[in-house]
Design a protein around this ligand. Sequence first.
Ligand SMILES: Cc1ncc(COP(=O)(O)O)c(C=O)c1O
Length: 391
Amino acid sequence: MLNQELIQKEFGYIGDHVYLNNSLVGMPPERVKQACRRFMDDYVATFNDSIKADLLAKRERAKAAIAKMIHARPEDIIFEKNVTEALSTFAMGYAELQPGTNAVIVDSDFPNTIYPWINAHHQRGFDLKVYRTCRGQIITRELLSLVDENTRVLAISMVQSGWGYLADLKALGQFCRDRGIAFVVDGFQGLGRLSVDVEECAIDYMPCGGFKALMGTWGAAFIYCRPEIIGRINPPTAGYQSAKSHTLAPGVTTEFDEIDFKDDVRRLEAGSQCTYAIESMGLGVELLLELGVREVEAHVLSLDRYLRGRLQELPLDVVTPEDPAALSGLIAILFPAELTRRAEKILSERKIHVTLREGYIRLTIALFNTQRDMDAFYAAMRELCRANAEN
Ligand SMILES: Cc1ncc(COP(=O)(O)O)c(C=O)c1O
């Protein structure tokens, strides 16, 4: 049972709205809202006097929380602007991806999970092998049958953003590790709602943005990078933050042949950082740790099973994994497209927030959702089905 008092304190402002659009963007807790406001006030009030030390301290604190959440070391975490940039860094920089080799990707993944690979494939000449899913379902053995002796990377989302399938990360990761294939996992739709142990899942590289279930805001994503593979990534960007040393005025740069990159993952971190977004993400993760990552996962999955049980009574096409272990708290529903405007009206009258597209609803359960939220959504769907029957 999650600490309801704490949840009420942090999310009481949601009031009588039923917020289930956590896959699009999460709702920040009070501590994050306050930190965002305070960030600018502090910076102006101190005339930037301590800004550098403060920014570093904020980033270190966020790294510590994130590392704890995924069972990594803080020194293996860095920040970039977003998941697209983080995946592009790997796709453009991973030295093993040469012409004649290939990377395996999944067709139902979010475009920002896929496009960095298509772009790098064109620019660098390695091949792409695409796993064609049926309704976004990831069948481990089918996906792995694409791997051949030239495969160097398997890149996948932890949870399919459009369909909700949770990949079997342990099985995929172990398979890759045994064959020296880099296992790259986009954690954006899973972390903050589900637990991950990067060691146990043999993950090599995992980016995740801050503005969904990590409860931060736009402008920052973290990357976990396994130390053993850092040396195989040629940094596609460089700035003084990625180098061991640099020269500032009144000195001038004298070395133009080479950059002395840092040995650890910070070699991939170039340029200044959106620290207020990093701080926000870190504070969101701290809340998650306070509530218990495993406890949050159990809560999310129990509401997922409860809602699916209720929705079974209705004539709706609820996308359901064959394997119950693939449930993720993200539920996609297909319904007759001509009912979309009706669905929009019903949901908005009931203050229910989901992702709604033509004939498609996606709802995603977060730590602050309750059984009442599930009942409210079920009631809205029952009204939609009745409206359909009357037509
Ligand atoms: C799995 C996944 N990856 C990435 C993104 C977005 O990537 P970016 O942080 O580059 O906007 C989303 C959705 O916004 C997503 O669902």
